[in-house]
Design a protein around this ligand. Structure first.
Ligand code: MG
Length: 257
């Protein structure tokens, strides 16, 4: 591992470890997706996720994270106007038409992976389906721009361009990040930016790229539980995230099967 400034460059063997963590998460998300239906509680999803992480020999990275209070779950489950960091609960039941974002992270042999998906429970209006689809495409555009020789501003600009095509709000206080031995490493990876600006991307850098788009304005606030982030105007929000490694051949997604 080499450290230019504060941004670490991972060796191939280290990226292998992160790929192992990422594959665990991708498999769990497939299982959680199959559990999504009206009546399922986010607490039940959290129990499944924690058991599967531990059965795979990994550790949930979200559980106990932070303070005031430590995050209690192994997943974040954020529904409708909740953007990110929703606390899973056995009292929180999914309903037809809900937009649910599941964020999950784990540590395998000391290496982190972090990813999120948004799904709709049953059917929803076309504008809601388009929000979810565009947020996924925003993530994909950001990943495609994460190439050696590009700059971080190119990544943010690619993401922002997709949001602007649809007039969606972009969540600015919460951003993507470097990832590796720690869940959150330098640099921050904003979901907006100017092309050709910021850190020059090098092979061996690993990032969590994670746009959050709102069907409404940009503004968000943290709810009374000190974790759940919600849109200020009550608009629906979607969130996608993958952990990627920049290779000489382009970006490699580590959180897919
Ligand atoms: Mg993240």
């Amino acid at each position: 591992m080499r450290t230019p400034g504060a941004v670490t460059i991972k060796r191939a063997s280290e990226i292998d470890s992160m790929r192992g963590a990422g594959r665990i998460l991708a498999g769990i998300l497939d299982v959680l997706h199959a559990e999504l239906r009206p009546g399922t509680t986010t607490g039940a999803l959290d129990e499944i996720a924690e058991r599967m992480i531990r059965d795979a020999g990994a550790v949930p990275s979200f559980k106990g994270y932070g303070s005031n209070p430590p995050f209690p779950g192994s997943i974040c489950a954020s529904i409708n106007d909740e953007v990110v960091h929703g606390i899973p609960s056995p009292r929180r039941r999914l309903a037809e038409g809900d937009v649910v974002s599941i964020d999950i992270g784990c540590i395998l042999d000391g290496w982190h992976a972090d990813c999120a998906r948004t799904w709709i429970i049953g059917s929803a209006p076309r504008e809601v389906i388009e929000l979810v689809d565009a947020t996924r495409r925003g993530m994909e555009a950001g990943i495609a721009a994460a190439r050696a020789g590009n700059r971080l501003g190119d990544v943010g600009h690619a993401i922002e361009t997709v949001a602007h095509e649809h007039g969606y709000g972009i969540v600015r206080p919460f951003v993507g990040h470097g990832i590796g031995r720690s869940m959150h490493e330098d640099p921050q990876v904003p979901n907006y930016g100017a092309p050709g600006t910021g850190l020059r991307i090098e092979a061996g850098m690993c990032f969590a790229i994670e746009p959050m788009f709102n069907l409404g304005g940009d503004d968000v606030f943290v709810a009374d539980d000190n974790w759940t982030v919600r849109t200020s105007d009550g608009g629906l929000s979607a969130h996608f995230e993958n952990t990627i490694a920049v290779t000489e051949d382009g970006p490699e997604i580590l959180t897919e099967r």
